[in-house]
Every structure is written in structure tokens, then in C-alpha cells.
Design a protein around this ligand. Structure first.
Ligand SMILES: Cc1cc2nc3c(=O)[nH]c(=O)nc-3n(C[C@H](O)[C@H](O)[C@H](O)COP(=O)(O)OP(=O)(O)OC[C@H]3O[C@@H](n4cnc5c(N)ncnc54)[C@H](O)[C@@H]3O)c2cc1C
Length: 420
């Protein structure tokens, strides 16, 4: 239906993912994950890799397909109905792979990116610490130089794949108090078997089965060959990684919302009350209409962000659009899933239908990979900057002059103006 947004190759990939989702992922796997009986379904990632479906954007030399974000968004929407944990495990090679592909050297790409895209190594991103996730530059995990190696000490929290990953893309502080924040953090590739302790701790509301846990590092030795980019480049790399982090969240949840909408819409054509199908009540069918419209609007903004990145628009535009896409898509998905639950009534609140699971999953999408509040910080920051730049050019109509009253003396902005 949305093929007009996609290239023929994007459509081919989307169809392949759709087939994979239908045929290769047993319902039993999803149920076991949701019951916390499985902590990390390696088989799923291996099978995706065998079909060459992960890391679509990376060069074929490293195991990708050299495609753009539109292909990945289309693929992610198909993965979405599997739930956020499987969506996240699909996305981690794309997120961690971004750091390796853009900032890593060939040796790191050979040792880590290629085997990850081949499903031979499993990766996870370790950014959040018990002390906080939003304040990236406040990280306290320390990396201290020891000869040519680094010794890493600290804790990371909520790392999806803590149980199951072979290596972590992990941020640690290398600067001291005199180092400007933007240069104080370095990104490391940390092999789990080099002494990283993990704990599968959390009783999550949803998004279970992805192995989300705590990492504990006590002088874990990391060779200098595992520094991504240069020492102090962590901040710069973080800004780049925010694109795949947020785009994957924004795109994946489209599929979750679509799944809930489909279940509810179908239910409304079968369920009868007061002698008629409930979709014949406008109060019900208009919820479906609202959901369809919101889903399309979310899809539109996600594809707009994808096109902005694929066509190489300036970083500030991409940052704003990606943040808007992440916030809008996740918040509207939440509304859609809630409407689906309303349409299905009491049975929607039970485990007879999967809407309650989608709802439990969807709540996290507004929190992880940057909260809605952090998205707002970026959106307004980039817009004010852009507005200033536009106004400085003085090539736009002065809209204020169209006001009916030409009363500049009434434009009072602060006390100082009154005193003049
Ligand atoms: C199941 C799960 C999986 C996760 N997976 C990963 C993972 O794989 N890797 C990883 O590194 N992290 C992961 N996270 C962490 C996630 O990204 C963080 O929880 C998230 O970024 C928020 O950080 P926090 O929990 O420390 O909340 P805080 O940063 O403490 O924020 C608390 C509240 O304060 C608000 N706030 C904070 N700062 C500001 C501000 N400046 N202005 C306005 N409001 C503000 C926030 O929006 C939020 O509402 C995961 C989390 C969960 C629950």
C-alpha cells in the first residue's frame, strides 16, 4: 500500500522481511520471551543474518546491502508486530554497527561489524548508567590508561543483550575535570569474556526476553585497538549513533501500532452489541479512523526523516526530524494501542488478545533511546537555531508588518524597554 514511498529494492527487502516474520518466528518464541523464560533468542538473529536481513545500510563488503534508511524503516515496520524486544535485537546491529561503520577502522570492521552482520557475533549498546541515561555527558564509568591498554571500571544499566551479547559498544570517561565535556568520553568495544559481569535483574513491564541487564566492570582491560575513533571522540560518535537509535525506535513501533489497530478493527467487525456490529457505532469506527490517520502521520514523519538522512541533509535538520519522528511515532503509537484496547473492551485487557502485550511494550518506546522530553530539547534547540539563521538572511517576508495595528511601541519584551 505504501510502495510508492519505496524503491523496487526497498520493496523486495520489505517483502522478504514480511515473509520471515510470518514464517520463521514461532508464536511460542514470543510467548516464552514475554514469560521471561528466554533471555536472549540468538537463533532469531542468526536466522535473520542467514537471510542477509540485518545491517541493511552497511556496505556489502562488511555484510550489509548498501541500502538507505527507507529500506530499513520498511523492514522495521514489518518486524514491529513481533514486539519491541525482537525489534531491538533486529536494530542493535544497525545501532552499534553505525559506530563501527562510520568511525571504526578496517580491523574493527573485520573483527566486529562483519561477524555481527553474519550472525556470528552478538552486540549490545551500553550507554545508560544507574546514575542516569538522559545526561550522556555525565557518564561516570571510567577508563584509565594502563600502558597501551585501558582499565574500565563502573556500571551500566538496562543494557538489552547484557545476557547474550559477545561484545558491548560502551562509553566511558577518559577525560579529567579539566577536559571539556564534549571531549571527555571515549567509545570502546568491550569483549564480554574479558571480565564484564552481567546481571539479569529487572522485572520489566513489557519488552521482555531481550536480556536487558546490568553490566559491572571492575578494571576490565581493553586494548587500544578497541577504541572507536580517537580517545575523546565519544561525544561526536554519540550524536551519530542517536540517528539509528531513534530511527529504529520510531520505525519499529509503527509495526506494533499497526498490529494493534488490525486486531481491533477486525474485532469490531465481528463483535455485536445492541444487535449490531460495534464498528457500526460511530464512537467505535471513529476511533479506528483516528488511529489510521495517526499511524499514517507517524509513518509520514518517519519516512521524511529517513529521506532527510538518505539525501544527506544537514545534521541539524536530520537531528530535528529524527527527534520529531521518534517522539511523534512513539507517542501516537501509544494512543493507537490504547484506542485498540478501548475498541476491544474488557477482552482487550486480557491475554486472550495480544493488545495488552503490545501496550506493555509500547510504553517503553517513549522512554528508551532518549525520552520524549529529551526529544523536545533537541527539537526546540534546532528550531531556534534554524529560525535565527533564517531571520539573519533577511530574505523572507516580514510577517509582523501584516498585523492590523502598526504599534511598535506596544511590543514590550522586558523592563529595560519600559525604562528607556
Ligand atoms: C527495558 C529497557 C531497555 C533499555 N535498553 C538500553 C540499552 O540497550 N542500552 C542503553 O544504554 N540504555 C538502555 N535503556 C535505558 C534508557 O535509554 C534510559 O532509561 C532512558 O534514556 C532514560 O534514562 P533514565 O532511565 O536514567 O531516566 P532519567 O535520565 O533519570 O530521566 C528521568 C526523567 O527526567 C526527564 N529528564 C531528564 N533530563 C531532562 C532534561 N534535561 N529536561 C527535561 N526532562 C528531563 C526524563 O525525560 C525522564 O522523564 C533501556 C531502558 C529500559 C527500561
Amino acid at each position: 500500500m505504501y510502495d510508492f514511498l519505496l524503491s523496487p529494492k526497498d520493496i523486495e527487502i520489505r517483502n522478504k522481511v514480511k515473509k520471515f516474520v510470518k514464517e520463521r518466528v514461532p508464536a511460542d518464541l514470543l510467548k516464552k520471551m514475554d514469560r521471561d523464560e528466554i533471555q536472549y533468542p540468538r537463533e532469531y538473529v542468526v536466522n535473520l543474518a542467514k537471510e542477509n536481513l540485518i545491517g541493511l545500510r552497511f556496505p556489502p563488503k562488511w555484510g550489509g546491502q548498501g541500502l538507505g534508511w527507507t529500506a530499513e524503516v520498511a523492514a522495521l515496520e514489518e518486524i514491529g508486530p513481533l514486539g519491541m524486544s525482537l525489534g531491538c535485537l533486529y536494530s542493535l546491529p544497525s545501532i552499534c554497527g553505525e559506530a563501527l561503520n562510520v568511525f571504526g577502522n578496517d580491523d574493527q570492521k573485520t573483527r566486529f561489524l562483519k561477524p555481527t552482520l553474519e550472525g556470528k557475533k552478538f552486540t549490545a549498546e551500553a550507554l545508560t548508567e544507574p546514575r542516569g541515561g538522559s545526561d550522556f555527558f555525565g557518564a561516570t564509568t571510567k577508563a584509565v590508561k594502563d600502558g597501551t591498554d585501558f582499565l574500565l571500571t563502573g556500571q551500566k544499566r538496562f543494557v538489552v543483550g547484557a545476557e547474550g551479547a559477545d561484545y558491548f559498544i560502551l562509553y566511558a570517561r577518559t577525560g579529567d575535570t579539566s577536559t571539556p565535556s564534549k571531549d571527555a568520553i571515549t567509545l570502546f568495544i568491550v569483549d564480554k569474556d574479558k571480565g564484564v559481569e552481567t546481571k539479569y535483574l529487572y522485572k520489566l513491564l513489557g519488552t521482555r526476553g531481550g536480556g536487558a541487564g546490568r553490566l559491572m566492570l571492575n578494571k576490565v582491560r581493553v586494548p587500544k585497538e578497541n577504541v572507536i575513533g580517537k580517545v575523546g571522540d565519544g561525544g561526536k560518535i554519540f550524536y551519530q549513533m542517536m540517528i539509528p537509535e531513534r530511527m529504529t525506535s520510531a520505525a519499529g513501533i509503527l509495526g506494533g501500532a499497526r498490529a494493534a489497530l488490525d486486531v481491533a478493527a477486525e474485532y469490531s467487525t465481528k463483535r455485536k452489541q445492541f444487535g449490531q456490529h460495534i464498528n457500526e457505532f460511530q464512537a467505535v469506527s471513529f476511533k479506528i479512523a483516528d488511529s489510521i490517520m495517526l499511524l499514517d502521520a507517524a509513518r509520514a514523519i518517519v519516512y521524511m526523516a529517513a529521506r532527510a538522512i538518505d539525501t544527506g541533509q544537514p545534521g541539524s535538520i536530520c537531528r530535528r526530524l529524527v527527534s520529531e519522528a521518534k517522539r511523534f511515532s512513539t507517542e501516537k503509537a501509544w494512543d493507537i494501542v490504547n484506542m485498540a484496547m478501548q475498541v476491544t473492551g474488557g477482552i482487550g485487557y486480557t491475554q486472550v488478545y495480544p493488545i495488552e502485550k503490545i501496550l506493555r511494550d509500547a510504553r517503553l518506546s517513549m522512554i528508551w533511546t532518549g525520552t520524549s522530553e529529551i526529544m523536545n530539547l533537541i527539537i526546540q534547540h534546532e528550531f531556534y537555531k534554524e529560525l535565527g539563521e533564517r531571520k539573519a538572511k533577511k530574505d523572507e517576508r516580514d510577517i509582523e508588518k501584516d498585523a492590523l495595528e502598526d504599534a511598535n511601541e506596544e511590543k514590550v519584551f522586558d523592563d529595560d524597554m519600559l525604562l528607556k
